[in-house]
Design a protein. Structure first.
Length: 163
């Protein structure tokens, strides 16, 4: 029994070490191409300045965000966790987006368009723009899928796939 426990403990340590190494590589790679906290901060600030003025998205955010500095800090932590593996963000973005009853494909497409426009203006290079753009696309698709499942179950996803 003692030998089995040591083997399990050893595997857990190897897995943990592998995960730490993978996170460190991801962060080093991101930093090498120009992704850092300063860029993330600038991106989030500029993007949400644009969102707040947008005819489609602005009113949705205005209804829900009372403390913009707090929201921006959370979004910076979110993107640092995604792009730098910082681990600073904790929360449930899916639940927050599901709670907004009127969100649909058009809203996500508009969000992505504004995000990409912001990246085109301020990203230090194409690699940074591509990484953030692709991450946002994956996140948006995941959120939209979750919303559709919440609203209509798996049948809503099957109907979408069939069309």
């Amino acid at each position: 029994m003692h030998r089995k426990f040591i083997l399990i403990e050893s595997r857990q340590a190897m897995t943990s070490n592998h995960a730490e190494q993978a996170r460190a590589r991801k962060m080093a790679d991101a930093l090498a191409c120009g992704i850092d906290d300063a860029f993330i901060s600038r991106l989030v600030e500029r993007f949400y300045d644009t969102v707040r003025q947008d005819d489609m998205l602005g009113p949705i955010f205005a209804e829900r965000i009372g403390d913009w500095p707090h929201h921006l800090t959370r979004m910076k932590d979110f993107w640092a966790s995604i792009m730098l593996e910082s681990g600073r963000f904790s929360g449930n973005p899916m639940r927050k987006h599901i709670a907004i009853g009127e969100l649909d494909e058009a809203h996500f497409a508009r969000w992505q368009s504004l995000w990409d426009q912001t990246l085109d203006r301020i990203a230090p290079n194409a690699a940074v723009a591509d990484r953030f753009g692709e991450a946002a696309q994956r996140i948006g698709e995941s959120l939209l899928t979750g919303i559709k499942i919440d609203r209509g179950g798996l049948a809503a996803i099957s109907a979408r796939a069939a069309s």
